[in-house]
Ligand binder design. Structure first.
Ligand code: ARG
Length: 415
């Protein structure tokens, strides 16, 4: 009996060729699995193509709900941005895909899973670490890493086996999409000095062509999760799609990032992530109002750890579970509404309110109603600065070059 392999199938050239190649090279029956993570695609056409190319079965799984609930919203609550820029649209989908591939393999009695990633990227790492964590007995195949064909050779292979190759001059870009954003690589973008050509962008208007009137949007959060737009309750998928649409129309969410891949390569990545950019910004504004200075400081460090482990393919680590528990706890009072102004490529937070707000007008005001005891500041400053003052008398003022010289007294400089 022929063994079965579950293939993560995108419908593109590489994974289509992989269906045939897995059969030729390893005599495997291919079950193609396509996971909908909110990338606008004709999934029935993708399914038909898999079958036409030779898959014995083709499944389309709607992963959007799971993606939002278990991956995107927790990442938003963490304010996870890899290297301070990338909202992780691709990286967040891979552990979910690993889980769904493993489940499908179990249901279909397959002992092998294959993916179409090359050997140069992060996604191979995310898929394989995920699969190995969830089902160590599964064998993994990576045809595109193994076959050693360049694009031209892949096309020849496709033609030989009657695999449809896009006839129109294909976009020179490699694109990956999910609800949380769109990643674009290759073509002219490989020169980091070259400004991204206009045709790179499909989710966002050029800021120059965005509406001349600003638009205000009110985003309501409950415990760090966005639940309303302009007062209307919305499910997560719809809310994200709506924010992608509104913010994209105003040219918001374009990111141009020289990024450090797990495998040691620096790569130039273009992202479009209108919803992610605005929602993270609004979420941070609400946290600023409802969390203490120390909580905010500590949480920023956790955000870096979260973003790194998501990017680095370590979703199923216990560290992620530990940090998630902290993040969840931190969100208990992050409830309220943020008003954002969208205008020609920029989103600006212009208002925020919360039943848990720590902003206290009678402490902050310079007008009447001021309850702050200004006299107490004197004693506070005396003690607050005591150690600096003491040290300065002995050391700083002894420096012959004066207190602005950073190297300290002459004796210390000599050697
Ligand atoms: N550099 C991003 C990441 O590693 C996006 C990768 C896009 N993937 C792709 N197959 N084109 O998360």
């Amino acid at each position: 009996m022929t063994d079965k392999v579950v293939l993560a199938y995108s419908g593109g050239l590489d994974t289509s060729v992989a269906i045939r190649w897995l059969h030729e090279k390893y005599n495997l029956d291919v079950i193609a699995v396509t996971i909908d993570v909110g990338n606008e695609k004709d999934f029935s056409a993708v399914k038909q193509k898999a079958l036409k190319v030779g898959a014995i079965k083709a499944l389309v799984i709607d992963g959007q709900e799971l993606l939002v609930k278990y991956f995107i919203f927790p990442a938003l609550q963490a304010n996870a941005l890899y290297e301070g820029q990338y909202p992780l649209a691709t990286a967040l989908t891979r552990p979910l895909m690993a889980k769904l591939l493993v489940d499908t393999a179990a249901a279909e009695g397959a002992k092998i899973i294959a993916h179409g990633c090359t050997g140069k990227g992060n996604d191979q790492v995310r898929f394989e670490v995920g699969i190995n964590s969830l089902a160590p007995e599964i064998k993994i195949l990576a045809p595109a890493r193994e076959w050693g064909m360049n694009r031209e050779e892949t096309i020849k292979y496709a033609q030989k086996y009657n695999i449809p190759v896009p006839v129109t001059k294909k976009s020179p870009y490699s694109i990956d999409e999910s609800l949380w954003g769109r990643a674009i690589e290759c073509g002219a973008l490989e020169d980091p000095w070259v400004e991204p050509p206009a045709d790179v962008y499909t989710w966002t208007k050029s800021p120059a062509e965005a509406p001349d009137e600003p638009q205000y949007v009110e985003i309501g959060f409950e415990k760090g999760v966005p639940v309303t737009v302009d007062g209307r309750k919305m499910g997560g998928i719809d809310l994200i799609k709506k924010m992608n649409d509104i913010a994209g129309r105003h040219g918001i969410g374009r990111i141009d990032h020289i990024e450090n891949r797990v495998v040691g390569i620096k790569s130039r990545e273009i992202y479009e992530a209108p919803a992610a950019v605005v929602l993270i910004q609004a979420h941070q504004a609400l946290e600023a109002m409802t969390m203490s200075k120390d909580q905010l400081r500590f949480k920023q460090k956790v955000a870096v750890e979260c973003a790194d482990l998501i990017y680095n393919g370590l979703w199923f680590s216990q560290l992620n579970r530990d940090l998630s528990a902290y993040i969840l706890s931190s969100q208990r009072y992050v409830t309220g509404t943020v008003r954002v102004k969208l205008f020609k490529g920029t989103s600006t937070v212009v208002g925020r309110k919360s039943p848990w707000s720590l902003y206290n007008l009678s402490l902050a005001t310079y007008d009447k109603g001021d309850k702050f005891n200004q006299k107490a500041a004197e004693g506070f400053i005396h003690i607050w600065g005591l150690s600096v003052k003491t040290q300065a008398q002995v050391q700083l003022l002894a420096d012959k070059e004066g207190p602005l010289s950073i190297m300290g007294p002459e004796e210390a400089k000599e050697k």
